[in-house]
Write a protein that binds this ligand. Structure first.
Ligand code: GLC
Length: 401
């Protein structure tokens, strides 16, 4: 068995971490399988994949294609940009086709919307699996392309039932879709273990003992709700012993889709939060980052396809406040493993935070049941087993292995 993974990014956003964890887990469960990765840009994904024994290559996407993105752009503009990128697209599809032919994989498993499109156009002999990490319904041009190309894919895997429903509504039922909730490494994302010094990383003086640390760990995509988070922090009574942390940075290239740290610092100034929020940048050790928090916040303002950080925060036994929309609402039981805030609503988020800052017993109880739920539902063993079963459905060789 030889699997070729395709990634639309070389960075380590959620979709790429899922790909990497899957590859690491398959290396253990199916050591005879040969794993390859082609990413469209260099970056930490590529080196991390290489380190775990995946034959990783970069097939650089021409700039005109790398710049394409639908968030915030009108369909007319995207079609116009796409037309301008037609020639580089043809060239890229041809080079991908040669790459696939040289590897001769048993399965091609694509993890990004751009690689879904180019892999379908490259029309390799191997069965093609589209792994859906994001909604396509709101990306009208992408949805139209995927609808047109759907017959080329043998199967689609959605990271939540919500993403599966969105895909079927937008692209029809020409390709069978199955839901496989993501897994996280529950064996290393433990409730106790090393924790980062977020104050030092954020350039803040050490917080007074008893300070409750509240953090948002996310890429800097606008819809991840950084401004809502800061707004909520500013609404907390001044006497509460609380400090906020923004963990992460701008990961993806798509123009205009990211907030900048300057913009967030300005917002802190406006909201009277100077000195009370630390910006700690991207952290590779997510367990150590989460363990440094008492409360993990997920504040996405649009429906979240899955919300890997929620599963990671559950695994590390944190108390969570989440805007449980879209797939994210499939992850938690409100009031049992997390408190819920309305998306984009700083008022309800502030209320949840205040409750948790004041009540350590509640934090502990939520954290404990979250950890149990993560072990039961989000283990990598469960995830990898379900993905291997999909491979078995599209490729007889995988059934035999
Ligand atoms: C994408 C989604 C996110 C999900 C991740 C892994 O980044 O936006 O919700 O957790 O993929 O599937």
């Amino acid at each position: 068995m030889r699997i070729l993974y395709l990634s639309s990014s070389g960075q380590l956003g959620g979709a790429e971490r899922v790909l990497l964890d899957l590859a690491a887990s398959l290396r253990r469960s199916h050591p005879a399988w040969e794993l390859h990765l082609a990413a469209v840009e260099p970056g930490p994904l590529v080196s991390a994949a290489h380190d775990i024994g995946v034959a990783a290559t970069v097939l650089p996407l021409p700039q005109a294609l790398a710049d394409l993105g639908e968030s915030g752009a009108s369909p007319g503009r995207v079609v116009w940009q796409l037309a301008g990128a037609a020639l580089p697209l043809r060239g890229y599809v041809a080079s991908l086709r040669r790459h696939v032919a040289a590897i001769a994989p048993s399965i091609v498993h694509s993890h990004g919307l751009k690689t879904h499109v180019v892999s379908a156009l490259a029309a390799a002999d191997a069965p093609l699996v589209w792994h859906l990490h994001d909604y396509v319904g709101t990306r009208r041009v992408t949805a139209a392309l995927l609808r047109l190309l759907a017959r080329r894919a043998a199967m689609a895997i959605a990271n939540s039932a919500s993403v599966a429903a969105d895909f079927t509504a937008a692209c029809g039922d020409r390709v069978p879709v199955t839901t496989v909730l993501n897994g996280v490494d529950v064996e290393s994302l433990l409730p106790s273990g090393p924790a980062l010094d977020l104050d030092a990383l954020g350039g803040l003086s050490p917080a007074a003992p008893g300070t409750v640390r509240v953090g948002l760990m996310a890429t800097f995509a606008r819809w991840k709700g950084h401004l809502t988070f800061l707004d909520a922090l500013s609404r907390l009574p001044r006497e509460l012993p609380v400090r906020g942390y923004v963990i992460g940075g701008p990961v993806y290239q798509t123009a205009g889709s990211q907030v900048s740290v300057e913009e967030l610092r300005d917002a802190c100034g406006r909201l009277g939060l100077e000195g009370r929020v630390g910006f700690v940048g991207f952290q590779g050790d997510r367990g150590a980052a989460l363990r440094a928090l008492d409360v993990a916040v997920h504040a996405s303002t649009s429906p979240e396809p899955f919300g890997l950080v929620i599963a990671e925060a559950m695994s590390t036994g944190r108390a969570i406040v989440t805007s449980a929309t879209g797939g994210a609402s499939e992850l938690v039981r409100p009031g049992i493993d997390a408190l819920i805030a309305a998306p984009g609503d700083a008022g309800t988020l502030a209320r949840g935070l205040e409750q948790l800052v004041r009540d350590q017993h509640l934090r502990d109880a939520l954290g404990q049941s979250a950890r149990q739920a993560a072990v039961a539902r989000f283990s990598l063993a469960r995830f990898t087993g379900e993905i291997a079963a999909v491979y078995g459905r599209v490729c007889p060789e995988a059934r035999a292995a």
